[in-house]
Design a protein around this ligand. Structure first.
Ligand SMILES: [Mn+2]
Length: 449
């Protein structure tokens, strides 16, 4: 558990976010945001703790067993934290906690209470608010909420009016999280740069007969050396394993003549990077591999070029689909006219996912993609991935040369006021750059022996 104090600029950033949330939900609304609970991996042994992104976004506190309560206009202060009190006995085993004093001093709570006082104190905190906004997805908190409302209803006779409406926290909060602040963009640039460094390191280690998990280890070494961790389980997929979109076994051997697809990213200060690159095990693409690679790359570059404020979220995907559909026709993998391929969706046999997703505290970050049924427009401060792919199954009707080729190319892109910025630019991507990078690596390895 991290006990790092917040630096002063972060402290005011969290205060700003809480203010914005209060503004979004209205001053007659109380807000409840729970921390994540610790999960047991196996007997007595917890998973590494990861704070709930919503709670983290509003507090910076990385501890389980906590609840943030925002009570706008309350004379004693708007921000209340329920936390685990300091406990010397538990600190002996698990390290110190912020405690009630730390909740106030470090995290800026106006008042702090022990978490086990929650049931006793919540009804009085909520009394007088018209609405309560809380995560509907949290069943345990919802059950508590019903209990608190019940208690308030019983007191209603004595003139206290309980809140009449419950609203889901996800919508207002996730809209805020979708637009990244300057502080967040700085962190995301670092997550992107460290993710890129990890990909370069893994690529430089690629050699015939290596296991996929050995490459995963190269990636993770870089993440952990920067005090980060993987933002999701790394995918290292050689040969036709690359056609399994979420391949995680990572236990095949790399063979000469194959490609190896690596989809991995660092989580740094809780912000995710997410990069995919494809490398030839020998350092050189074969002609069919190169043809498919160039096609995906053309689609990816064109999709990135689409990104600017005012473009629909789907715009980059549509551009990528068109290029890939035409390319599949040129390769003879689909038949008909371009319009027929697009309308029938026959390209989806080889390109079956969307071109990207939001990126932030969560690798598949929050925020709606559509508003009232229509794709929303991109705005400055949004961060999304651009990751078209082609996955050619091993089947009788596929020319032998193309069977089992799986290619995805992914970068993280910030929408800027004038266009976009590719955060993950620092990994080779063109065929020439990849072959030069791997050639240089192999030359260096030859010198080593
Ligand atoms: Mn991704």
């Amino acid at each position: 558990m991290s006990t790092n104090p917040l630096n002063p600029s972060d402290k005011s950033e969290y205060a700003k976010r809480r203010k914005r949330l209060i503004k979004a939900v209205g001053r007659k609304t109380a807000v409840l945001v729970p921390a994540a609970t610790e999960l047991i991996r196996n007997n007595d042994n917890p998973y590494p703790f990861r704070q709930a992104s919503d709670f983290l976004y509003l507090t910076g506190l990385v501890e389980p067993e906590a609840l943030l309560v925002l009570c706008p206009k309350r004379p004693e202060g708007e921000m209340i934290l329920f936390v685990a009190p300091q406990d010397p006995e538990r600190a002996r085993w698990d390290g110190p906690r912020a405690g009630l004093e730390g909740a106030r001093r470090i995290y800026g709570a106006d008042q702090a209470f022990a978490l086990n006082e929650m049931d006793e104190r919540l009804p009085e905190l909520l009394a007088g608010y018209e609405r309560v906004t809380l995560p509907f997805a949290d069943q345990e908190l919802m059950l508590h909420m019903l209990g608190w409302l019940d208690e308030l209803r019983q007191k209603a006779r004595s003139g206290v009016v309980p809140p009449q409406t419950l609203k889901d926290l996800a919508e207002p909060l996730h809209e805020l999280r979708l637009i990244k602040s300057a502080v967040e963009i700085t962190k995301m640039r670092r997550a992107a740069a460290i993710s890129a460094e990890a990909h370069r390191r893994a690529a430089s280690a690629i050699a015939e007969d290596m296991f996929e998990f050995e490459l995963a280890a190269q990636l993770q070494r870089v993440f952990y050396q920067h005090h980060g961790e993987p933002s999701f389980a790394p995918i290292v997929a050689s040969g036709s394993n690359a056609c399994v979109l979420h391949y995680r076994a990572n236990e095949s051997r790399l063979e000469a003549g194959q490609l190896v697809l690596i989809d991995a990213g660092a989580e740094i200060e809780q912000y995710a990077g997410d990069i995919t690159r494809v490398w030839p095990v020998d350092g050189v693409f074969s002609k069919p591999q190169r043809a498919v690679y160039e096609l995906v790359l053309a689609a990816q570059l064109a999709a990135i070029a689409e990104i600017r404020p005012g473009v629909a979220f789907d715009g980059p995907h549509e551009v990528a689909v068109r290029i890939i559909a035409q390319g599949l026709l040129d390769l003879g993998l689909v038949t008909g006219s371009l319009n027929e391929v697009l309308e029938s969706g026959s390209y989806k046999r080889f390109f079956m996912h969307r071109t990207g997703h939001w990126l932030g505290l969560d690798v598949h970050d929050v925020g709606r993609y559509k508003i009232d049924g229509a794709w929303r427009e991109l705005e400055p401060g949004m961060v999304l991935t651009v990751e078209p792919g082609i996955y050619i199954d091993v089947a009788e009707d596929i020319p032998k040369a193309y069977r089992g080729i799986g290619i995805r190319i992914e970068d993280d892109v910030l929408v800027t006021p004038k266009g976009h910025e590719v955060l993950t630019h620092d990994v080779p991507k063109t065929v020439a750059d990849i072959e030069a990078f791997m050639g240089a690596t192999k030359a260096r390895l030859r010198l080593d022996v």
